[in-house]
Design a protein around this ligand. Structure first.
Ligand SMILES: Cc1ncc(COP(=O)(O)O)c(C=O)c1O
Length: 444
């Protein structure tokens, strides 16, 4: 597959020229890649709107993902999430309404800041179990919420940070029956498209979805896709680029754009085979770990998540034990430790990981459970909270006060309490459990 951005920049860097344009390093080496780090000069296209080499590269990505339109983000899925919510807000505006979105509660924090700015009324689906990172959505629950709420769209996060997958196909069909667009935060699932069983949300019927290419494909940090489904409301494809531009920097990183371009060639070549092989290997490893009594969570093929309290460890402890052996996990909290696997890790390192995990001596189960957080009292809208006079408070002073910022432990950046909600004892227990030591509350 052609790689027009890579080719343009390589040819530009190879010529002896004085760079009278940004960036200020002028192509001279500081870290290494500066010669390839250009800006939107003549011939290099613009990211928004893309009409030249970037557009050609995006069209290649669209063919690979089977989308109606794919747009690049050099600022992660966070940017795409803001754009997706702006598009839904515009859809609602056409109907003369304040936007309303039904969302599973385990949204990423970028959802909240965008929802506050856009004054979106969010109808939350709360987790039926303890903890907030997972929020499985049952068809009946969503059907009930749709029936009750006159919403403009439905929002799911799938895969979630722990590697749990929603039944996107079933939920997309339900949304379609009600004429509601389904938007999916697929930040963790770009690679799902390229496995023998394609479980990418777009394939399963999502209308809009974002993928952090950088999380699971060999792409530089920040590289992401905004995909528009083939059957999505026409406004989404027509205005997606402008929606991204509304929130994006006007100086996109060409290193990231080259990296996305290079990924196209890899995805059209040997990468899907390598992903399939690695997923099969991880699947076999998971079976052996389960057979040894190691408790695993989630169905995502390239994520390995342990819930190790049952064998006597917190997630943090397992993360630390692996770090002592030179293996650094993606995320660990009291309940879980998350490892993200990929072809680039190699067979040897995976075997070493498996040996380390199976060598863990089994201890007494740890009974402490994560706090359960029910629906909270909403005192003001998220937008009102964004503008409310506020101060910083220690959690012990904050019970009964109104939170104005999304308090998260990052990762996984899933908010424990939402802006505009009154903080309860359960929230404060959760702050302590997840190591959050201060929060912003509305001044009284
Ligand atoms: C579920 C989820 N959505 C969105 C994001 C934001 O993605 P990015 O870092 O690419 O902006 C993250 C980041 O970890 C995430 O876990």
């Amino acid at each position: 597959m052609e790689t027009p951005i890579l080719e343009f920049v390589a040819a530009y860097a190879a010529r002896e020229q004085t760079r009278l344009h940004m960036p200020g390093h002028k192509g001279r080496r500081v870290l290494g890649p500066e010669a390839l780090d250009i800006t939107e000069i003549g011939g290099a296209d613009h990211l928004y709107p893309a009409e030249g080499i970037i557009r050609r590269s995006e069209e290649n990505a669209a063919r690979l993902f089977g989308s109606g339109r794919t747009l690049y983000s050099a600022e992660g899925s966070s940017l795409c999430i803001r754009a997706m919510l702006l598009l839904v807000s515009r859809l609602a505006a056409r109907k003369g309404r304040r936007p309303r979105v039904i969302a599973a509660r385990n949204v990423h924090k970028s959802f909240l800041s965008a929802a506050a700015l856009l004054d979106i009324d969010v109808v939350w689906i709360m987790p039926e179990e303890e903890g907030l990172i997972r929020c499985p959505v049952r068809r009946e629950t969503l059907a009930r919420r749709i029936g009750e709420s006159e919403a403009d769209a439905v929002w799911l996060t799938s895969p979630d940070y722990l590697g749990c997958l929603a039944d996107v196909g079933e939920l997309a069909a339900l949304c379609r029956d009600h004429g509601l667009p389904l938007l999916v935060d697929n930040a963790h699932g770009a690679y799902l498209r390229f496995l023998p069983e394609d479980r990418h949300p777009l394939t399963l019927g999502a209308d809009l979805c974002c993928d952090s290419a950088h999380k699971t494909l060999p792409v530089l940090t920040g590289g992401a896709y905004l995909h528009v489904g083939r059957n999505a409301p026409p406004l989404f494809a027509e205005e997606a680029e402008e929606a991204l531009a509304s929130f994006a920097s006007t100086s996109p990183s060409y290193l990231i754009l080259q990296s996305l371009d290079a990924a196209n060639a890899m995805l059209a070549g040997s990468l899907p085979g390598q992903l399939a092989e690695t997923a099969a290997r991880v699947g076999e490893m998971k079976e052996r770990l389960r057979a040894k009594g190691i408790p695993l969570v989630g169905q995502e093929p390239l994520k390995l998540t342990l819930a190790p309290k049952r064998i006597g460890y917190t997630g943090v402890e397992v993360g630390e034990l692996l770090a002592e052996q030179g293996m650094i996990c993606e995320f660990a909290d009291p309940d879980f430790v998350v490892m993200m696997l990929a072809p680039a890790i190699g067979v040897e390192a995976m075997a070493r990981l498996e040996r380390s995990l199976t060598a863990l001596p089994v201890g007494q189960p740890i009974e402490e459970r994560p706090p359960r957080i029910g629906a909270a009292e909403r005192v003001m809208t998220m937008r009102e909270a964004l503008f409310a006079p506020s101060c910083t408070a220690a959690p012990e002073e904050a019970e009964g006060k109104v939170l104005v910022s999304a308090e998260v432990s990052c990762p996984p950046a899933v908010p424990i309490a939402l802006p505009g909600e009154r903080l309860t004892r359960a929230h404060l227990d959760a702050f302590a459990y997840y190591g959050i030591s201060s929060c912003r509350i509305a001044r009284e």
